[in-house]
Design a binder for this molecule. Structure first.
Ligand code: F0G
Length: 365
């Protein structure tokens, strides 16, 4: 029954199973943002807000399939390396499926909301004195030893679930406008979504449901301090050079070794897309702009809008395009970043007169 409400399992004809461990996930909004559309200057602009999934990030779409596979295989212990969101989704879906979960996180670099989720959903949390890429090295080795079942996006079943982001975007966009979007702009970390969207579109083309010319242009955005994919794309390379030192306020995409690059780069090249890096301040501005349009996203998610703005400003994206920006995680994932980007609360006396005086006093508060 629950399966009926899932925006993932609705597309089970394109998935490896009929149904899985579900909360349910998917069916996320495709928001219009008229003021931002006008300001940036494109024909249409929609925000696909994946932060509206059960654990607040797109990871749920992959995890519902990944945990189903793990159940089928009868494995005991599920594990992932994570910048935070994958660990929250693994903990929740593992708990739902009655399985033990282990997560490896880069110490001091994971947003508070995500650790809180992993903890309360019952994952065993190991904080590694290293970055995300080192965590993934370790968990891959543990999986190789047969100690754990790996549920990072290196696991192809995760990407099967994430394909449904592409199906939903095309379906909703077509319903509203009678055409598919010209371009999808998305944040890139491990490049799992880029790979998954490309696979979704290739399968639609192969089945005859979509014409090759209708495949949206895939455009990846990274933070300047963690931009190995952008470096590869801007040099037209087919391989990514691993960055050992990465830093960005958008901790979700603080990744130097995008493991899905071999599947994602063809997606960017073959759709005529590109990749662009944005600064942390550009990310924060975009996060604030989305929030003041009522859409609460975490910093990594805002990278997509920041990237669109940059590419529109330098003319790489033209005014006649219809664009969808993917926002991958919810504002509440990273309360500290939200406080930094937003205004501070104003202390007032416990007295109506004084409050009235304060609010009419203008900007001084
Ligand atoms: N946005 C958010 C909010 C993320 O959490 C991630 C990845 C990405 C974008 C990048 O997506 O890997 O498909 O390119 N987070 C992973 C994690 C690494 O552990 O939660 P990608």
């Amino acid at each position: 029954e629950e399966f009926e409400g899932s925006g993932v399992w609705r597309y089970n004809a394109a998935l490896p199973f009929e149904e899985g461990v579900t909360l349910p996930e998917g069916d996320t909004p495709l928001h219009e943002v008229p003021r931002l559309r006008e300001e940036i200057g494109v024909d249409s602009l929609r925000i696909k807000h994946e932060g509206m999934n059960p654990t607040g990030a797109f990871k749920d779409r992959g995890m519902t399939v990944g945990v189903a596979v793990a159940k089928e295989l009868g494995v005991g212990r599920l594990a992932c390396a994570s910048t935070g969101n994958t660990s929250a989704a693994l903990a929740a879906y593992g708990a739902r499926g009655g399985m033990e979960t282990l997560v490896l996180l880069p110490s001091g670099k994971v947003a508070a909301g995500k650790i809180a989720q992993a903890s309360l959903h019952g994952a065993r949390i190991l904080e590694v004195d290293g970055n995300f890429d080192s965590c993934l090295d370790i968990v891959q080795e543990l999986a190789g030893l047969g100690e754990v079942y790996l549920l990072n996006s290196l696991n192809p079943f995760r990407l099967e679930g994430q394909k449904t982001i592409g199906f939903e975007i095309l379906e909703e966009h077509y319903e509203d406008y009678g055409e598919y979007p010209d371009r999808i702009v998305l944040p890139v970390g491990n490049a799992g979504n880029t790979a998954a969207l490309y696979k979704a579109f290739r399968e639609l083309v192969a089945s005859g449901a979509l014409d090759e010319s209708e495949v949206p242009t895939l455009t990846g955005v990274q933070a300047e301090g963690a931009a190995p994919m952008v470096e590869a794309v801007q040099n037209g390379r087919d391989e990514v050079r691993r960055w050992d030192d990465v830093e960005t306020r958008a901790t979700a995409i603080r990744i130097g070794n995008p493991v899905n690059a071999p599947k994602a780069l063809p997606g960017i090249y073959n759709t005529g897309g590109t990749a662009v890096a944005v600064s942390d301040d550009e990310i924060t501005d975009a996060q604030r702009d989305l929030a003041t349009s009522g859409i609460g996203v975490e910093p990594a998610s805002a990278a997509s809008l920041a990237g669109l703005r940059k590419l529109r400003a330098n003319g790489e994206i033209s005014a006649d395009e219809s664009v969808v920006c993917l926002t991958t995680g919810h504002l509440l994932k990273d309360p500290d970043a939200a406080f930094e980007a937003g205004g501070d609360p104003e202390p007032v006396p416990n007295d109506t007169e004084a409050v009235l005086e304060h609010i009419n006093d203008g900007e001084t508060g």
